[in-house]
Write a protein that binds this ligand. Structure first.
Ligand code: NAD
Length: 294
């Protein structure tokens, strides 16, 4: 292996230890940062994600609440529920686990979350702030990927970053964060022609597609930094990313593993955003003007 590993578990541990100090500081002035996670229905994968998020909060001394609502919940009921969380002073961050059942319009629900508590960063207000580079709550997965680049000491400025995937939760915000950090960014997607040729130009490659091992060594420029956001379960139960780790690690300079890469960082950045929300509410934190990203 020639590439060095960017270890998401190790970075998460380091960051969470720092967060614990900030939580203790808040608790010493009577504020316990609180995250409410709302899940509707019985999707087993969503239940696991929600449980992991709640555990991560508790492990650093934050308060967490999981609200499991019936699959038959109506949009109006869910929005009324969120309105109560919006005015609950013990709650600083609200996360609605997606996907929601078919009868509920996810956009209407996301927009019902108070801007100051939108720690997932998916509401229009936050997206707008992200576009101008002043986001208080960057979406957790791409924010985590940026932290991994920083941790590895990768200078982003002036580099050509190729993002594969244009989803609203990963690809697009990832491209914006890289742009704010000074990269020249190309976004590839399902209609891109000559994907391999474009990816091969990338000094930094971020794969966020959802196709097991689709980025192969022949698509990667020697020495590139490769961030694998994909999480795919193979028929034999094994978890793999969108990058063919075993071959690409021989070509890249840095690479993130799956599991143990971007996955844990996503939860870490959720903790970061919730902590930021609590600090802002307690008046000990910066406003948007000094949270400019890059
Ligand atoms: P999505 O399905 O919403 O988007 C996939 C994107 O890939 C689309 O923009 C599509 O245009 C593009 N795409 C599809 N086929 C392609 C192809 N052949 N060539 C180029 N582009 C192609 O998925 P998403 O929500 O953005 O998630 C992407 C992956 O990241 C999934 O594996 C998901 O499980 C994973 N994910 C991981 C985390 C984490 O915490 N690590 C968080 C969110 C998503």
């Amino acid at each position: 292996m020639t590439a060095k590993l960017i270890d998401g578990n190790q970075l998460s541990q380091e960051l969470r230890a720092e967060f614990r100090v900030r939580v203790d500081r808040l608790r010493s002035i009577g504020v316990t940062p609180g995250l409410a996670v709302v899940i509707v229905g019985d999707d087993p994968a969503s239940k696991v994600y929600v449980r992991n998020k709640a555990r991560a909060c508790e492990a650093i001394g934050m308060h967490s609440e999981v609200h499991a609502l019936a699959a038959s919940t109506t949009e109006a009921e869910l929005i009324a529920f969120i309105s109560r969380l919006n005015t609950n002073p013990a709650i600083h961050g609200i996360l609605v686990q997606l996907p929601l059942p078919r009868q509920i319009d996810s956009r209407a629900v996301i927009e019902a979350i108070a801007a100051a508590k939108d720690v997932d960063g998916f509401a229009y207000g936050n997206i707008g702030e992200l576009v101008v580079g002043e986001s208080l709550f960057p979406p957790c997965t791409p924010f985590g990927a940026m932290k991994m680049l920083e941790f590895a000491g990768v200078a982003v400025e002036g580099k050509h970053a190729v993002v594969i995937g244009r989803s609203n939760i990963v690809g697009k915000p990832m491209a914006l964060l890289l742009l704010h950090a000074g990269a020249t960014v190309t976004v590839c997607h399902s209609r891109t022609r000559d994907l391999a040729g474009i990816v091969r130009q990338g000094d930094i490659v971020v794969a966020a597609v959802g196709k097991p091992r689709m980025v192969t060594a022949d698509m990667v420029k020697p020495g590139a930094v490769v961030i694998d956001v994909g999480i795919n379960r193979l028929p034999d139960g094994k978890l793999v990313g969108d990058v063919d780790f075993d071959t690409v690690k021989e070509i890249a300079s840095w690479i993130t593993p799956v599991p143990g890469g971007v996955g844990p960082m996503t939860i870490t950045m959720l903790l970061s955003n919730t902590l930021k929300a609590a600090e802002t509410a307690a008046g000990i934190r910066a406003t948007r003007a000094d949270t400019r990203i890059g």
